[in-house]
Design a binder for this molecule. Sequence first.
Ligand SMILES: [Ca+2]
Ligand SMILES: [Ca+2]
Length: 106
Amino acid sequence: MSDKEFAETFMEIDTDGSRTISWDEFSSALLKKSPKEVTRCELESLFKEKDTDGSGKLNKKEIKEMCNCLGIKGQDETIDRILNDSDKNGDGEVDFQEFLAAYKSA
Ligand SMILES: [Ca+2]
Ligand SMILES: [Ca+2]
């Protein structure tokens, strides 16, 4: 991906123009729907798809892979922020409950 393409992807995801990607922007980009239209079932299958090692939690690497799918490459800051915002029990990973809670609070 060229710098220009990267910038375009970023701008597309950053819908409020804040120059940072918030969880709701991130999830909207991921599912191509507004957060309100996404069903629990869709979230569950998304979560399972992204949980590549089947641990039932998303670790930083899995979140990073999710970002890579969106073309958000090497944005450690963004990944850390998504992880920190979502990880309520502080185990450094996002389980489905946390994922759901983060999604609903978006
Ligand atoms: Ca996992
Ligand atoms: Ca957690």
